[in-house]
Write a protein that binds this ligand. Structure first.
Ligand SMILES: Cc1ncc(COP(=O)(O)O)c(C=O)c1O
Length: 370
């Protein structure tokens, strides 16, 4: 039996019947950019994430760019970020003319290391930092990282592209973030029918700035307070996402159960190190993450693919290994943990609706590959 790495259609089929009439209405009313459904989605997102404000935009990368600008990042700023993340986190900093300061990750929870962040600040005195809630969980030091940034007046952006539905220390993970971002790339836990993103904010001033900058920096239709971007959502995407957010509790619960199912079985296999949320954090089941002692991740993935199991490597290389990072970033310390993880990491199929027999098949192929 072939097992795909992801089969989005199982989720899309669940919302299809509810979304199609809403899409017909969008066509009839020509709700293509902005409109009432976008406003309603922003309210629904804010409620689901327990944040005071959410502003939608065109994708998660724009959300990062715009969120960083809201914090004050500009040409010449230094921005600390983890060496293990998706490239967009790095890209947004460089697009603004700022310099990334690459920080190693904690070897246990794989999130940006608090100790490394502290020593990097002593060495490089950056004014901004990005914490990525990677792999569908969050740092065991989340509260300490926020407190450290506050104490040192470091503007902190939280990249929440992978963490919809994660709870940390008794509350939704983004609820206390000054500025956080989301991606609705279709393969995310809550994904759209096209690219999409959002920025969550605490302050009214930040919201006003972000709403303007997402819409060309407008202060009025043909008056501009800022040089902004065109980064907006329309009714078609908002209608689809609204149905996804309604289904979020079930999506998160079933994905989490599948992630736990894998972790219990993988941790019983000799030589496999499986990763997951630290105590106090509940995951959303975004990704299955493990390494195999003495083997390169790619060997395992090649063997799994040969057996018909779609496996992946998130991520095969850290930020500092990418050619455009050479000379463009400050590398703090030896970055050994992020580099090691990239060399060895493997992900088995994990998506909404994955069946137990498919997970069994993936595990059997892994055992054979070992
Ligand atoms: C951690 C992280 N940041 C940023 C992004 C960028 O989001 P998008 O693809 O919507 O631009 C993604 C996902 O693709 C991501 O995983």
């Amino acid at each position: 039996m072939a097992v795909p790495f992801i089969d989005l259609s199982r989720l899309v089929q669940r919302v299809r019947a509810g979304v199609l009439p809403a899409w017909t209405e969008c066509f009839d009313r020509c709700e293509f950019v902005g409109g009432p459904r976008v406003g309603a989605l922003e309210k629904k997102l804010a409620a689901a994430l327990s944040v005071p404000r959410a502003v939608t935009c065109a994708n998660g990368t724009d959300a990062l760019l715009i969120g960083l600008q809201a914090l004050g990042v500009k040409r010449g700023s230094k921005v600390a970020l983890p060496n293990l993340t998706f490239w967009a986190t790095f890209e947004a900093v460089v697009q603004l003319g700022a310099t990334p300061v690459l920080i190693d990750v904690d070897p246990d929870d794989l999130q940006m290391s608090l100790a490394e962040l502290k020593s990097a600040h002593d060495a490089h005195r950056f004014d901004f930092a990005m914490l990525v809630h990677l792999y569908g969980w969050a740092s065991r030091d989340l509260r300490e990282i926020r407190a450290f940034c506050k104490e040192r007046a470091i503007g902190l952006l939280e990249d929440g592209a992978q963490c919809f539905g994660v709870e940390a220390f008794g509350e939704p993970v983004l609820s206390k973030a000054t500025v956080a971002t989301l991606s609705f790339y279709p393969a995310k836990v809550i994904g759209g029918a096209m690219d999409g993103g959002a920025i969550t904010l605490q302050s009214e001033a930040h919201e006003k700035y972000v709403r303007s900058i997402c819409n060309h920096g407008r202060s009025d239709h043909y008056s501009y307070a800022h040089v902004g971007w065109n980064s907006r959502m329309g009714g078609i995407q908002a209608a689809f996402l609204s149905a996804m957010v309604d289904l979020a509790p079930e999506i998160v619960e079933t994905r989490r159960a599948a992630a736990v199912w894998y972790r219990e079985r993988l941790s019983a296999i000799k030589g496999v190190k499986v990763y997951g949320p630290p105590a106090g954090v509940s995951e959303n089941g975004y990704l299955n993450v493990f390494t195999v002692e003495g083997k390169r991740g790619q060997e395992i993935v090649d063997a799994l693919k040969k057996a018909g199991v779609g496996a992946a490597r998130t991520y095969p290389e850290p930020m500092d290994a990418q050619p455009p990072a050479k000379g463009a970033a400050i590398l703090h310390g030896d970055l050994v943990h992020s580099r090691r993880i990239c060399e060895n990491v493997v992900n088995l199929p994990l998506f909404f609706g994955i069946r137990e027999d498919e997970r069994e098949e993936a595990l059997a192929a892994l055992r054979a590959a070992l």
